[in-house]
Ligand binder design. Sequence first.
Ligand code: GLU
Length: 435
Amino acid sequence: MATDLRLPTNAIVKPDKDRFLNEDNPFEAMMSRFDRAAELLDLEPGLYKVLRKPEKQIIVACPVMLDNGEIEVYTGIRVLYNTSRGPAKGGIRFDMQVNLDEVTALAAWMTWKCAVVNVPFGGAKGGVICDPLKMSVGELERLTRRYTAGIIATLGPDSDVPAPDVNTNERVMAWLMDTYSMHKGHTVTAVTTGKPVEMGGSLGRREATGRGCMLVTKEALAHLGMNVKGTTVAVQGFGNVGSVSAQLLAREGCKIIAISDRTGGWHNAAGIDVDDAINYVKQHKSLEGYGKGDPISNEDLLTLDVDVLLPAALENVITTKNAAKVRAKVICEGANGPTSAAADAILDEKGVFVIPDILANAGGVTVSYFEWVQDRGGYFWDEDTVNDRLRNIMVKGFRDVLGLSKQHKVNMRTAAYMVSISRVATVHRLRGIYA
Ligand code: GLU
């Protein structure tokens, strides 16, 4: 019999069900799911308290000299949620919506995400409140370098490893890596992932989140006895995650009937040529004016009559306001937190099979892990090796979660949280509480 590693306990966890009511707060949304899984796992109160709190929250002022000679001071945030399983891992976003609650929720999500696919990282997230679309390349570079310098005490291959997220990309990671390396006095490639391939990035990293979405969608279709060929798909968001998911699902034989970005969407029942749409966006920067189909709003796209809905934009797009109108059989959450906690119950009642974000979009951090391993080993893999290993991890992650969901008769989201929380909790029990 396995040793009982539970911490001493004399009370039971009493999750606060009222948290379901606050639909707009992402941290509350994360916590209400956490509570449900913790209750089913019978998590001891001491660990419940530990896992409810972020380990570290850093807020830094980032003064930047603008091109016009004026000084602007941006606010930068980095949250390390939990590092029990390894270095903190998670992206950095540049967006006007960034705030401490959101970044903390996203850092917690990263913790569960790394645990659900069993990569040896903790969870972190960062953000800078800014509107990158209104900034020049020079201003973005200066902001990135100043933000990096502001959080440099936490950064490092063994402690905290950023990656791209909303509105950041390979170029931003290159500036971050360079700034960190200048401070250290030598080149440190493994301080960040999602770098350009020429400077220690991994082949397949850019496509990894979308590839992961495609892999788990195929697993879900197989589980539900649905044929991949001809499966209809609507994709919200046409950035890195949405466009690659759409492209790879189309290559598998799915019919992508709607796509969208922040400028609106396009619906074409005969199927959208995803490669053509990607080329259009390369030339025009967005889907505005694409025209090969009927215009559709982001809101209407979510309630289209499709087999698979793939929300790959921002948080909280499926809520109590529209969940009852969703007609998809499968939702693959390419974005982080696209469904509010209160909407979960509505989707369950309708029998929608939801592949939760912490599993569905874990392909990105999985290949980030491969990149970190390659940087530290100084030995790089070919793309087939990256993709094969990614497939093994995503398929195993899906099957671990599905297995637990059947065993406990819970939905995939609760099962994913149960897998993650029990992995993180086990490490805490083994490590004990340092005093
Ligand atoms: N930003 C991505 C995510 O939310 C990737 C994080 C990483 O690779 O560290 O999963």
